[in-house]
Write a protein that binds this ligand. Structure first.
Ligand SMILES: [Mg+2]
Length: 398
């Protein structure tokens, strides 16, 4: 089997890569919805892929892996990797998880990710309401995650939240960062307590807090929430779209309390997890298969983290339904350092009509049953999806 074409289209909010083969089967590669500009990145790799046998996944990846970088520049390579696995599975007639060593669980735990309501404000009662909505969600989540502090507009909406400059950018971390005021820290703690009052000990609470916090504040927060048994504090120092790892600085925070510290959604390739893992710089890593370089890359990081006593909770909120399938395939194979992956959904809702092969409902009691169809096990239905293509992407299916 040979790759004869590489295509990319944005369907609704989700860019999709299609590897076309001479065997009449296609491989699908998901891209995060936040990257509508991805098409030229994907097509720049086209010449390196034409003529390659997609079932030799690693051999093909050696042609293109050096053309990626930290988020968002690892997305094209990652989507292609996933599409290669989709083809390899389809060609062999087995789900991808079989090719990764087989599943070690029949259902995978997820946390809320894409399922959340807009917040009315950033007061404790707003956070309590958000927690109640997540608790009541029909998916039956056992873990939910909430943004606050620098990972939200709390930094602008709460007067005197921090001491540094407030800037107009919506980008986290590179815009606002700095030392919190006493009032800012107390406000965050009040919001966290309000959520815990709602969730109790039935549902785990993870918090996405940055990037942007300084080390002393990160340590203060991690110590202050120790009695609340928070699942993890994510990206307090760096992360998100920050193009470096910060392992030595994370280590200071991680060693200072028993609250699990999490980072890694922006990191590209296993090599860039080396210091975090070998240095025991965090308790939980959170690579995203659609940014880290693909699903085998994520599997490798999970295994290496496990050797060092580090947990994994993969990122994935923007990855759409094809990305959800990729996460299910790889997370079924991870060791027991696996906690849960961040649930993506199809946006807009009609995405659920153009993908075939997903369970209905997708999530039951906070888990997704692992399905057994070949490759990713889900397919875009060309006739149903074609009407949604933009004029520029008209040839995507034909
Ligand atoms: Mg995050």
């Amino acid at each position: 089997m040979k790759i004869i074409d590489v295509r990319c289209a944005t369907i609704g909010q989700h860019p999709v890569v299609r590897l076309v083969t001479d065997a009449g089967i296609s491989g699908w590669g998901p891209v995060e919805s936040y990257k509508p500009y991805i098409k030229p990145h994907v097509l720049a790799l086209r010449d390196a892929l034409i003529g390659a046998d997609p079932t030799n996944v690693e051999r093909v990846m050696l042609r293109i892996r050096q053309r990626g970088a930290f988020k968002p520049y690892g997305a094209a390579v990652s989507a292609i990797e996933i599409a290669l696995w989709d083809l390899a599975g389809k060609a062999a007639g087995v789900p991808i998880y079989k090719l990764l060593g087989g599943k070690v669980r029949d259902r995978v735990r997820v946390y809320n990710g894409s399922i959340r309501q807009p917040m009315a404000g950033h007061q404790p009662e707003d956070y309590a309401r958000a927690a109640q909505q997540m608790k009541d969600a029909p998916q039956g989540f056992t873990i939910v995650k909430q943004s606050l502090g620098f990972h939200s507009t709390m930094r602008n909406d709460i007067p005197d939240f921090h001491y540094s400059e407030k800037r107009a950018s919506n980008f986290h971390g590179v815009s606002d960062r700095g030392l919190l005021t006493e009032r800012g820290m107390k406000h965050m703690l009040a919001c966290i307590s309000a959520m815990k009052d709602v969730l109790g000990d039935e549902i785990g609470l993870a918090l996405d807090c940055g990037p942007g916090m300084v080390v002393s504040d990160a340590i203060r927060l991690a110590r202050a929430v120790e009695p609340l048994n928070i699942m993890w504090l994510e990206d307090m120092l760096s992360g998100d779209y920050i193009p470096f790892v910060n392992a030595d600085v994370y280590r200071e925070v991680t060693r200072a309390s028993s609250t699990p510290i999490h980072t890694g959604e922006q990191i590209y390739l296993r090599q860039n997890f080396k210091q975090l893992i070998e240095g025991h710089a965090v308790n939980v890593v959170g690579p995203d298969p659609c940014d880290v370089g693909g699903i085998a890359e994520l599997k490798w990081i999970a295994e290496y983290a496990d050797l060092h006593g580090i947990m994994i909770a993969p990122h994935g909120t923007g990855n759409g339904l094809l990305g959800l399938a990729a996460l299910v395939q790889v997370c079924a194979t991870l060791p027991d350092n696996y906690i849960a992956f961040e649930l993506p959904s199809g946006k807009p809702d009609w995405w659920h009509d153009i993908v075939d092969g997903l369970p209905n409902p997708i999530v039951k009691d906070g888990f997704i049953e692992v399905w057994d169809r070949p490759g990713l096990g889900v397919n875009l239905v060309a006739d149903l999806a074609r009407p949604y293509l933009a004029a520029d992407d008209a040839g995507f299916f034909d």
